[in-house]
Design a protein around this ligand. Structure first.
Ligand code: ADP
Ligand code: MG
Length: 391
């Protein structure tokens, strides 16, 4: 969809008006390595995608809000008011933009002077771990800052999106998704220290290979309860380590100090969770330096190790993701493959040499369907830029 089509869809939904229609984009993301490290004080290594969410906006003279998504035509135009910013079931997807408005007030004391109409178009699959929710929050945050002259920086917009997700949507996520959606850079991945929010880009332009995301098309319901349980187990392990080591987070430990002191962690399950958090963070640091030195093969090996650790120590994979990863590891021309995102379904990410891309998609698709009766989807993606105004 280009700007013209977006504008014409907007006018079809909301009719003509005197104020200008403006449009914005924010990307989804894929995390190359560093999974479940963002709430353990560790590093992550995501890139923004060229796939993402578009929004067209027009200011209103009154205090009404009107939302329409081309992805949810059955919901029709959802209406609300600036005087009643609440998370409601009827609000459906509009809870995300509502939450961003609410966050501006709660966190920064900013009240919008008037309402707006908003149309959404997306080519980002929903709910499969490519972070459509973060893209929606960041796109809305950027739009409101620009439309109303709020001067929020991209970093503010990312933090506002996380605040919205944590306190309005009530999902206790880390900062990675919003941060990379706001600040991604074409042809680059971002090495982000989630403790300090310091970040550095590393080129991920690979002329001989493609990044392929495979959507398992399964979503297991355990995801959010298991997520909270993992957080808890890591906290328990950290508290025990803190009786012998001056560390603030699991991300402060290296492999040696973990191995030397791990015996203070009394519960074997908590020990494995902590081992994942420590080793995954160290792998992410190594992956960043390997990529900078052009060692894509070494980077791929770390991706494979990441999957094994998520499967065996952190136990957030599932049989569908494991099968997709195993098929990828056996396929010629695959440099690395792992599950990506929170787990229990969602996607894998693989780096595949150009001449093997076609057979990768054909063979994995057929074998996966043969085993589980489910059609996997494949996206050949490129690292794209972060959020921006498009007209
Ligand atoms: P993920 O972020 O992994 O895609 P989430 O469950 O966190 O999955 O977020 C998905 C939610 O984000 C959807 O249920 C919907 O409310 C909102 N959303 C995503 N894409 C769109 C869209 N194109 N239009 C409207 N809302 C969307
Ligand atoms: Mg999400």
């Amino acid at each position: 969809m280009d700007e013209k089509q977006l504008q014409s869809e907007f006018l079809k939904a909301f009719g003509t008006g005197t104020e200008p229609v403006k449009a914005y984009f924010a990307p989804g993301r894929v995390n190359m390595i560093g999974e479940h490290t963002d709430y353990n004080g560790g590093h992550v290594f995501p890139c923004a995608l060229t796939l993402g969410i578009y929004g067209a906006f027009r200011r209103r003279q009154d205090r009404q809000l009107r939302f329409y998504s081309l992805s949810y035509p059955q919901a029709g135009i959802i209406t609300a008011s600036l005087d009643r910013l609440i998370n409601s079931e009827q609000g459906g997807w509009s809870n995300y933009p509502m939450g961003v408005i609410w966050t501006l007030d709660k966190k920064a004391g900013i009240q919008l002077p008037g309402g707006f109409d908003m149309l959404v178009y997306s080519h980002l699959p929903v709910g499969c771990g490519l972070s459509s929710s973060a893209a929606l929050e960041v796109m809305t945050g950027l739009a409101l800052s620009d439309l109303f002259g709020l001067h929020r920086s991209l970093k503010d917009i990312a933090l506002d999106g996380q605040f919205c997700e944590n306190h309005f949507i009530n999902l206790n996520c880390g900062i990675m998704d919003q941060f990379i959606s706001a600040l991604g850079r074409k042809d680059n991945a971002m090495f982000l220290d989630t403790n300090t929010l310091d970040y550095e880009y590393a080129p991920l332009a690979m002329p001989d290979a493609k990044i392929i995301i495979t959507n398992s098309n399964v979503k297991h319901s355990l995801a959010s309860s298991a997520y909270n349980q993992r957080r808890q187990q890591c906290e328990t392990a950290l508290a025990q380590l803190q009786t012998v080591l001056p560390v603030k987070t699991l991300g402060d430990l290296d492999e040696d100090s973990f191995e030397t002191h791990k015996k203070v962690i009394t519960d074997p399950v908590c020990l494995r969770r902590a081992r994942h958090a420590v080793y995954e963070n160290r792998r992410t640091i190594k992956a960043f330096s390997l990529l900078k030195s052009g060692d894509i093969a070494g980077f791929g090996r770390l991706m494979n190790q990441s999957h094994v650790s998520l499967r065996d120590d952190y136990e957030v994979s599932c049989k569908e993701l494991d099968y997709l990863a195993e098929l990828a590891w056996m396929h010629p021309g695959v440099i690395g493959c792992r599950m990506t995102g929170g787990g229990f379904g969602g996607c894998t990410v693989a780096i595949v040499e150009n001449e093997h891309v076609e057979s990768f998609i054909a063979q994995l698709g057929a074998k996966y369907k043969g085993r589980f009766g489910i059609i996997a989807e494949f996206y050949i993606v490129e690292p794209g830029d972060g959020a921006r105004a498009i007209m």
